[in-house]
Design a protein around this ligand. Structure first.
Ligand SMILES: [Fe+2]
Ligand SMILES: [Fe+2]
Length: 261
């Protein structure tokens, strides 16, 4: 099973929360924006439980379900690692806000659409964490962001694997994948499934969410045209999966129309 190879790979490669050298943090280097970004990342990562719940409900495939559990462990590690960094600088996230992330959300229109959504979110978080790691001036947070960014790239790779495999078996789910990509590519800001599914929760109130971090990223960190670079990367990824020309959003729409016809 593919998840066995992933498990063995993670066991060989993976960093540990205990390796995070919290004593090495120099408080003088910590800016308020770093705290906002770490809180936002903590909240984004806390979506893992709802996501694993959703995967296990939606998929009856043992191999993918096993991967979902292994993947979930790493996302829990990210959640706790950002929380640990926050605690070390005297900050915290609100447990009520984290608790509000527990509820499962509605599945995608098809299992392939759910997988496609996760490819997009992994590529997005991979990109944002890497860019933010180059921007922050506090080495422990920088290292954490870089480690997490690499993990998200690895997660994207596995979701790509499972999407490719699923589409080979269920080609009728292709339109739902293209529709997911089209909706994403039409966005003028960075979106994550958590943004869509978990917006408007009263428990979150004024608390940081993953969107707080994305907004800060676009306003203060991202280079000119960086959102378009990310969109291009995502479209190229789906072009690789489907073998279709998805180089612009208009082409995605064309491919979607063709797939439905
Ligand atoms: Fe993560
Ligand atoms: Fe991830």
């Amino acid at each position: 099973m593919h998840s066995y190879d992933v498990f063995r790979h993670y066991e060989r490669q993976h960093w540990r929360l205990a390796d995070l050298d919290l004593d090495a943090i120099d408080p003088a280097l910590v800016r308020p924006e770093y705290v906002t970004l770490a809180k936002s990342a903590t909240m984004g990562e806390s979506n893992v439980i709802a996501a694993v719940h959703g995967f296990l409900n939606e998929f009856d495939d043992y191999d993918f379900s096993t991967f979902a559990v292994v993947w979930g462990y790493q996302e829990v590690q990210h959640h706790y690692a950002f929380r640990a960094w926050l605690a070390a600088v005297g900050e915290s996230v609100d447990d009520t806000a984290v608790g509000a992330m527990r509820q499962p959300y509605a599945p995608g229109t098809t299992p392939s659409a759910t997988l496609a959504t996760n490819i997009i979110s992994e590529l997005t978080v991979n990109h944002v964490y890497r860019a933010v790691s180059q921007w922050v001036g506090e080495p422990v947070l920088e290292g954490l962001l870089l480690n997490a960014s690499r993990d998200e790239a690895g997660h994207a790779r596995e979701f790509i694997h499972y999407t490719t495999q699923r589409l080979a078996q269920r080609p009728e789910e292709l339109p739902s994948v293209l529709e997911t990509l089209y909706v994403y590519s039409s966005e003028a800001k960075i979106k994550h499934p958590v943004s869509t599914f978990k917006s408007g929760l009263t428990e979150l109130g004024e608390h940081e969410t993953i969107d707080t971090g994305f907004e800060l990223f676009l306003e203060q960190i991202a280079a000119e045209g960086e959102l378009e670079v990310l969109h291009d990367k995502v479209r190229r990824t789906f072009a690789g999966i489907t073998g279709l020309d998805l180089s612009t959003n208009a082409r995605v729409r064309r491919a979607l129309a063709d797939a439905i016809a």
